[in-house]
Design a protein around this ligand. Sequence first.
Ligand code: GDP
Ligand code: MG
Length: 165
Amino acid sequence: MRPLIALVGRPNVGKSTLFNRLAGRHAAIVEDVPGVTRDRNYADFIWDGRTLSVVDTGGFEPESRDRLMSQVRQQAQLAVDEATAVVLVVDGREGLTALDRSVASMLRRSGKPLFVAVNKVDTARTEGEIPLADFYELGFGDVHALSAEHGRGVSEMVDAIVEKL
Ligand code: GDP
Ligand code: MG
């Protein structure tokens, strides 16, 4: 089986944007499972001659805060169970939220390679302004400031992931 990279995190942090950037125009939905997994999109992409898979989680519209919490955690758990490596996507401009921390502590128990994508860091200037140390506090080895929208920092993170597969 090819390595599967899961993108998890709360809504609006940029998971789907990162998924599309990785999958590019060759994005192919290779699985569409009803039920709790209905919003999961899978795609294959080629990196340095190697075929990898990526799964985007979420896509739901939770009707309450509690429901949001449980759905994000449930999606993250499903992703962790099947993934080779997990990327927790967070919003670098908003900083860490309680939900980010809660998902992170769940992920830490998985024993899988974990990466933090600090997204929406569109410029070097933004990177200088955000406290990256806060994100290291999550206890994941790898913290990558990037911009899913503009592509900044994305290839560096994928290189780091590939090294640990
Ligand atoms: P998801 O809910 O985690 O899948 O997030 P989306 O990929 O749908 O993105 C949520 C919003 O954040 C959209 O308006 C995106 O255009 C925006 N966004 C995503 N990535 C970036 C980024 O790198 N920089 C900026 N400035 N906005 C971004
Ligand atoms: Mg999405």
